[in-house]
Design a protein. Structure first.
Ligand code: FRU
Length: 488
């Protein structure tokens, strides 16, 4: 899927314009960032610049499958209304003609600086990943640095192969700059730290973390609530039911960076999100706090919008504000999503065993619920043809399960269809905030101590839902329809 041909921004824009009318909107989310046509994966260069949010992302306009990577671009005033801003970078240089891979942003002197991985192919067909810089004065048009690649494959330790060296997290330190990259050596994945005074010449300064899995991807680093947060994706994790949703999981560690910003000490890795579809998160420090977004559906599994010929694939999750309490990451959906609330229905009821609470809804809605129970409670979303999408809370074991088996179009492929998360604060009460947007389900439990995100492509047009249990349970809360951002 990688080739040597350079591609320009203009070529991509022309393709987009001439293919827009072929996109089938059936499953397109109403308030999540999606591409106008084509495939997206990881969020990149996420930042607040010139009074608005800029979100870039891995983008292949030419099909609903992964291919030679460009950077797509959205802007937003509030993290909910996302406007497509076109293609920001194309694989148009010798050093990135096989792909403009993931990277991050740094704002300095009113300039938006991004560092990304340029991928090229050697004459004998080997993949070469090197780190590059591009700058933008207006946030829309980028100039790639003539000195690129600034961290070359020759700068790698001898035991690190050039085909797994990517996804720089660029940040400023009191004595210059650091970039953390994902790499691997014979022992497994590691995060290498390079340092620089001028963004042009870099030297290896340390290894931030290692020994977690076969390979790592997409490192990110922030300081929140007086603690340091390191986030990365781990490929080939050992099985840990209830703690990692799959062998390819985005994980976090809270702890502290050393004074040289070259090594990290922290808790053992925990999943950022325990759902079926979440990968490559990236956070930005903004006036609204540290905000995280991420790619759904993540790697593995089949993608119905591709299989059905809808000409688009992938979206970014509902952005979340991050906090750290007692070494745990808490995620809260951004406030602006409340602007979309419509037609509130309040519930306060004690339900008898086997008497389901039943309702119906459209494709976009939010539940803000508190449940009290001794027996497990089952929430069945999207009951139409076939199975519903099940969320089960078991107070006795402190487990929360998502099960998509048999619900809507098949997504299984290599990916699991059912996942269970251990709650950190189990008990006989739980708060749940559930957001559904056409093909996404995002669930925040107990003020965001656990988050589970998944895609679902239900069949049919009208859906019923049900909440039920074998025992008595109490349900209190509000349900809302959510409007499309184009209507608000
Ligand atoms: C993660 C990832 C990154 C890479 C990008 C390529 O999903 O594999 O490591 O930069 O996607 O699209």
């Amino acid at each position: 899927m990688l080739d040597q041909r350079k591609r320009t921004i203009q070529e991509a824009e022309t393709y987009i314009q001439t293919h827009l009318s072929l996109v089938n909107p059936e499953y397109r989310p109403a308030f999540h960032a999606v591409a106008p046509v084509g495939w997206i994966n990881d969020p990149n260069g996420f930042c607040w610049f010139h009074g608005q949010y800029h979100l870039f992302g891995q983008y292949h306009p030419y099909s609903a499958k992964w291919g030679p990577m460009h950077w797509g671009h959205w802007v937003s005033p509030d993290l909910i209304h996302w406007e497509w801003a076109g293609v920001a970078m194309a694989p148009d240089q010798e050093y990135d003609q096989a792909g403009v891979f993931s990277g991050t942003a740094l704002i300095e002197n009113d300039v938006l600086i991004v560092m990304y991985t340029g991928v090229s192919l050697s004459p004998d067909g080997r993949l070469i990943q090197q780190q590059c810089i591009a700058r933008s004065k207006d946030g829309y048009h980028f100039e790639k640095d003539p000195r690129n690649p600034v961290i070359r494959s020759e700068d790698l330790p001898a035991d690190v192969p050039a085909d797994d060296f990517r996804d720089p997290k660029l940040f400023r330190t009191p004595d210059g700059y650091r970039a953390i990259m994902a790499a691997r050596n014979a022992a497994g994945g590691e995060l290498l730290v390079y340092s620089s005074q001028d963004l042009a010449s870099w030297k290896l300064a340390g290894t931030c973390t290692e020994g977690i899995s076969r390979m790592l991807e997409c490192p990110d680093y922030h300081r929140i609530d007086g603690k340091d947060l390191l986030v990365f994706c781990a490929i080939g994790l050992p099985e840990a039911p209830g703690h990692f949703p799959s062998p390819h999981t985005a994980v976090y560690m809270t702890g502290s960076m050393n004074d040289q910003y070259t090594a990290f000490q922290g808790i053992s890795p925990e999943a950022v999100d325990m759902g079926l579809n979440f990968y490559a998160p990236q956070a930005a420090d903004t006036p609204d706090g540290c905000i995280l977004t991420s790619w759904m559906p993540g790697p593995g599994g089949t993608i119905p919008t591709d299989d059905l010929g809808h000409q688009w694939a992938g979206c970014m999750v509902l952005p979340r504000q991050l906090h750290i309490r007692e070494d745990r990451l808490y995620q809260k959906p951004v406030e602006a999503v409340r602007k979309l609330r419509r037609n509130k229905i309040s519930i306060h009821q004690v339900m008898e065993p086997d008497q389901p609470f039943i309702g119906s809804h459209g494709k976009c809605f939010e539940w803000e619920l508190k449940l009290k129970a001794d027996h497990s409670v089952r929430m069945e979303l999207f009951r139409s043809e076939g199975n519903g999408f099940l969320v089960t809370w078991d107070p006795a074991s402190g487990m929360l399960t998502m099960d998509r088996n048999g619900c809507g179009h098949d997504m299984s492929g290599k990916a699991p269809e059912r996942v269970t998360a251990h709650l950190f604060t189990p008990g006989n009460a739980i708060t749940l905030n559930i957001f559904v947007d056409t093909c996404t389900v995002e669930l925040f439990a107990n003020e965001g101590e656990r988050v589970m995100s998944a895609n679902v492509y239900p069949k049919g047009n009208t859906y019923t839902w049900a909440i039920l249990s074998d025992g008595q349970f109490e349900i209190t809360g509000d349900c809302y329809e959510l409007a499309a951002t184009t209507e608000v």
